[in-house]
Design a protein around this ligand. Structure first.
Ligand code: ASP
Length: 337
């Protein structure tokens, strides 16, 4: 029997048209374009239903409420479909993929995010392959987690990151093997199961818009300036540190700020500015003070996954202590310890 896939259009370049001030999404436009793509009529295709969200967004405009709306559309249709393909802008696709991987608890069906760098309305669009291959993968029944397909690569959603602003191989997951590669045929690679949550019943956890911050460390950073930022007003802070978790000046001026933030109920997670590799707190004298002050290691999590995970854990209503513990645990494939 043919698999049934729901195609959810949220916006992004793939369905954009050229306006006076540049590309922008247009309501009602994409469904007509899809009817002109011969591959979508192939007998090899799964059965397809199209749903367009309103308003369509450039993904730069996506925020927590939009993730919730996407999650709700999937949850509403969960029983009726074998999988979902979500058309999305590339700019924040990795954030949405990470967020959905936490929000769709107990997911046992494929949810594949894709889009394109060149709109379908333009010559040389990469949108046709990204869409068609995503639909075939979703219909294959071989992947049952939130993933991101782009430029021939199927990536774990909470490991993906946008690597190129203008290349067609725009995404990769430097800290996690690809789930599949599409050349002449689609080659599914052996991949670790994404976590323990497969035993759970499927349910949607919507996210609260708790205040989260990302602070990128740079040479010459004046930590005391951030003292006013790291108060109880900021619940979660992702510190993008050098290399394996290092900060300048042995972090002396940052430590009291982290301690204060922790006392106020905030969680400080340490990630690396390097796209590949892991944070090892304590490997250098420039990182051990962070752990002593109460910061937690994000190991090899992307900034995207760390931000989404903080939103998720605070939305669950957990205590600061529990959030600190869970930030360092692998919940659904987002980190390697
Ligand atoms: N600004 C666009 C978006 O993220 C870029 C894209 O889709 O490639 O919606």
């Amino acid at each position: 029997m043919k698999k049934r896939i729901c195609l959810i259009h949220t916006g992004g370049t793939i369905g954009m048209v050229k306006g006076e001030n540049g590309y922008l999404p247009m309501a009602g436009y994409l469904e007509g374009v899809l009817k002109t793509i011969p591959d979508l009529k192939s007998p090899e295709m799964p059965e397809l239903d199209f749903y367009e969200m309103s308003p369509l967004l450039d993904s730069s405009d996506m925020a927590v409420d939009d993730w919730n709306r996407i999650g709700e559309e999937i949850a509403k249709r969960y029983e009726g479909y074998d999988g979902f393909v979500v058309l999305h802008g590339t700019d924040t696709m990795a954030y949405t993929a990470a967020a959905l991987s936490f929000m769709l608890e107990g997911l046992k069906k494929p949810v594949i995010l894709t889009g394109s760098q060149i709109p379908l309305c333009e010559i040389r669009s990469d949108g046709v392959d990204n869409l068609v291959t995503s639909l075939l993968i979703a219909g294959s029944g071989k992947v049952d987690e939130v993933s991101l397909y782009f430029g021939g690569r199927l990536l774990r959603g909470n490991r993906a990151t946008k690597m190129s602003a203008d290349g067609l191989l725009a995404f990769d997951s430097p800290n996690c093997p690809r789930l599949a590669e599409a050349g002449i045929s689609v080659r599914y690679l052996p991949y670790a199961k994404s976590g323990e949550r497969k035993n759970e019943e499927f349910s949607l956890c919507t996210l609260k818009n708790v205040p989260i911050g990302v602070l990128k460390i740079f040479p010459g950073i004046n930590f005391p300036i951030f003292d006013t930022l790291m108060t109880e007003k900021l619940k979660g802070i992702v510190l993008e540190t050098f290399g394996a978790g290092n900060i300048p000046g042995e972090g002396k001026s940052l430590l009291p700020i982290i301690k204060k933030a922790f006392k106020a109920g905030s969680v400080v997670a340490v990630c690396s500015q390097c796209p590949q590799g892991t944070v090892t707190l304590g490997a250098y004298a420039t990182s051990s003070p962070l752990a002593k002050a109460g910061a937690v290691s994000g190991y090899d999590m992307t900034t995207e996954a760390s931000v989404a995970k903080l939103y998720y854990l605070f939305s669950k209503g957990y205590s600061t202590e529990k959030i600190k513990i869970l930030m360092e645990e692998n919940l659904c494939g987002e980190l390697t310890k």
